[in-house]
Design a protein around this ligand. Structure first.
Ligand code: ATP
Length: 630
């Protein structure tokens, strides 16, 4: 089964395999969730790199994204070329002044070319400013669009994709690597065109002055190309390592900061610092290798340039002696060379920076080529995003002989699971830890498709519905109540952003949250902090319930809603949940059967090698007993 995997065979690999589809080592060898800090004693994984795709592939992939800003890039090119033309003219005027004013001692001939030179210089400045500004504007717009595209694509991938990856690395792809692409496709392309145009212009001018001297000049150009070729492939490898180790370092920072309470409670600060130091050192080495190559290229090209200049001066002296060239002509020629050779050198440098940019773009292409594990029927690519009204389902849920094996796993998690829930019924799904209870919820939400059998909503296979329509009809309350860092009001309205204040307050009151919210410093506008950490566990729970009430979907999944709550709070929360369940088909996932209301049906899951049972009598522990089933 293809699950969130790159389509290109080059990216073969499976979640949980020793090598990830990125070709990089997995987040950690145990396949732990990304947020789980790896033991400090783990050897730092060597920064492998993503498979390298060609520059042509990169251009083909991202060129369409430049639509709408191409005219700005083109304006950048035109202005930069115009600036070069001005520079060529300025040098011509310099040669003219040397011959007609300086050599002839004729001050009267000075003013006209001097005035023209000033005009040309001002125009060159204006053009150069316009070119740089237009290119920067286009580059920023392109960047914005590209980041939006990659982020939107990421959001089509199922949560599993993120569980198998390090978030810091993904963030590096969305920031630094995307900028690298811009340097290749946007401003890089502008630089290539303007550099080539500059080379042609200065060469033309050099030919115009003395064609034979110009030929000597060009005979030496291959020396520049040879030097740059020697550096390009090495720099590309060094850049790929730098990109990858940058991602690894970001991952450590993200994991460590996200888990600070665990880190501090377990006194792992030094271990985490050492882990970051290790990754930082790898990054340092990759950066130094890259800097060494770049720094070596400049002097190498400089030596070649000096050699070329000496040859030209020698040949030029001979031309002057034989009367074919004036002093002004030689000086102007030398001035053109002063532009021309750096232009050739610039072309070489461009090849280097294109190489390093390509290393970043490989990592973004790898993300974009990963296909969602589940897709909409006849996916028009807009299923997730369109705002079409979604028909409300009646809430009849049915699992028909469902079997499921996680990608990359050999043992099935579920086999032959069948049960049905009529609209408004309560199903309690229970079983020991790891039996697959949460997996049932993931299948109903289509985070995965079953390996065998079918899941139906109102008698329709959910694979035949757009995911957006399916999920509009289902509300899930998860074990961990996930909140965003906005205000209380924004968090309650998360599932229905268009809800009015009165509806939000009503939902909060039903969830028994109104009183505590009003007591907060800014009431409904109080920020809840990163992941809601400024609130208590019970308060987060009630906000999540208010959010679910406001969303008002016909199917409700409650995944271990009482985890971590003391008995009185759990009883109180269950009372609130009962209100929420009223009139909705509810699948209550729990291994703690205290406080659970009388269900219509029990689904008792056993680890997949043992059969599950439906409607079996559930052992209800007497109050005060520890939960019996986990
Ligand atoms: N993304 C995943 N990739 C691979 N295997 C997974 C993944 N998620 C869960 N599993 C495996 O599937 C099995 C069932 O997991 P699930 O979370 O559904 O169990 P559960 O019954 O809800 O457990 P608990 O009561 O502890 O929450 C476990 O063995 C788990 O290791």
């Amino acid at each position: 089964m293809e699950q969130n995997r790159p389509t290109d065979e080059k990216y073969e690999g499976r979640a949980g395999d020793p090598t990830s589809p990125t070709g990089e080592p997995p987040a950690n060898p145990a396949g732990l969730p990304a947020a789980h800090p790896a033991p400090a004693s783990d050897p730092a994984p060597a920064p492998a790199t993503t498979p390298i795709v060609s520059i042509r592939t990169t251009l083909r992939e991202f060129w369409p994204q430049t639509r709408g800003v191409r005219w700005l890039f083109a304006a950048g090119v035109v202005a930069a070329v115009a600036a070069s033309v001005c520079e060529v003219s300025a040098i011509g005027l310099f040669g003219l002044i040397t011959d007609r004013v300086l050599s002839a001692g004729n001050l009267g001939a000075f003013w006209a070319p001097a005035g023209a030179w000033v005009g040309v210089a001002v125009l060159a400045g204006l053009m150069s400013f316009a070119g740089a500004y237009a290119t920067a504007l286009a580059a920023e717009r392109f960047l914005l669009r590209l980041r939006d595209r990659v982020f939107s694509h990421l959001q089509t991938l199922t949560p599993d994709y993120f569980e198998n990856r390090r978030l810091g690395d993904l963030m590096a792809r969305l920031t630094d690597d995307i900028e690298a692409i811009e340097e290749l496709v946007g401003s890089g392309l502008v630089r290539i065109i303007t550099t080539v145009a500059g080379a042609v212009l200065f060469s033309g001018a050099a030919f115009f002055i003395r064609w034979d001297l110009a030929l000597v000049t060009f005979a030496m150009v291959p020396l520049f190309l040879l030097v740059s070729r020697g550096f390009t492939s090495r720099l590309r490898t060094a850049s790929a390592r730098e990109r990858s180790s940058n991602g690894a370092m970001n991952s450590v920072i993200e994991e460590s900061l996200a888990n600070q309470s665990l880190v501090q409670a377990y006194n792992r600060q030094d271990a985490e610092a050492a882990r970051l130091h290790r990754e930082g050192r790898t990054w340092l080495l990759a950066n130094v290798a890259q800097a060494r190559l770049s720094a070596l290229y400049g002097p190498a090209a400089q030596i070649v340039e000096t050699l070329c200049l000496l040859v030209i001066i020698g040949v030029g002296a001979w031309e002057i002696a034989s009367g074919r060239l004036t002093i002004g002509g030689l000086l102007a020629f030398a001035a053109y060379l002063a532009y021309l050779y750096p232009t050739f050198q610039g072309l070489g440098e461009l090849a280097l920076s294109v190489s390093s940019a390509a290393a970043g773009s490989d990592r973004v292409i790898e993300v974009l080529r990963t296909e969602p594990a589940v897709t909409d029927p006849e996916d028009d690519g807009a299923g997730e995003a369109t705002g079409r009204a979604v028909p409300r389902s009646r809430g009849r849920v049915e699992f028909q002989d469902v079997g499921f094996t996680y990608p990359g796993r050999t043992r099935p998690t579920l086999t032959g699971l069948s049960f049905g829930a009529e609209p408004g019924e309560l199903i309690v799904c229970t079983g020991p830890s790891g039996a697959g209870k949460t997996t049932v919820a993931k299948l109903l939400l289509r985070f995965y498709d079953p390996t065998d059998g079918r899941v139906l909503l109102d008698g329709v296979d959910i694979r035949e519905m757009p995911r957006r329509a399916l999920r509009e009809n289902i509300t899930i309350l998860q074990q961990e109540n996930l909140l965003f860092s906005g205000s209380v009001r924004e968090n309650i309205a998360y599932g229905r952003p268009e809800a009015g204040m009165a509806e939000i307050v009503r939902a909060a009151a039903m969830a028994d949250a109104d009183d505590f919210i009003r007591a907060l410093p800014e009431g409904y506008d109080t920020p809840v902090g990163q992941r809601g950490r400024l609130l208590s566990g019970g308060q987060r729970q009630r906000i999540a319930i208010a959010r679910a009430i406001l969303r008002d979907a016909p199917v409700l999944i409650l995944d271990e809603p009482m985890t971590g709550l003391d008995a009185p709070t759990a009883a109180r929360i269950m009372e609130l949940l009962r209100r929420l369940m009223t009139g909705r088909t509810t699948i209550l996932i729990t291994h703690d059967l205290r406080h659970v209301p009388e269900p219509s049906r029990n689904v008792v899951l056993e680890p997949a090698h043992r059969p599950f049972t439906v409607d079996s009598p559930v052992d209800r522990p007497v109050d005060g007993d520890p939960a019996a089933l986990s």
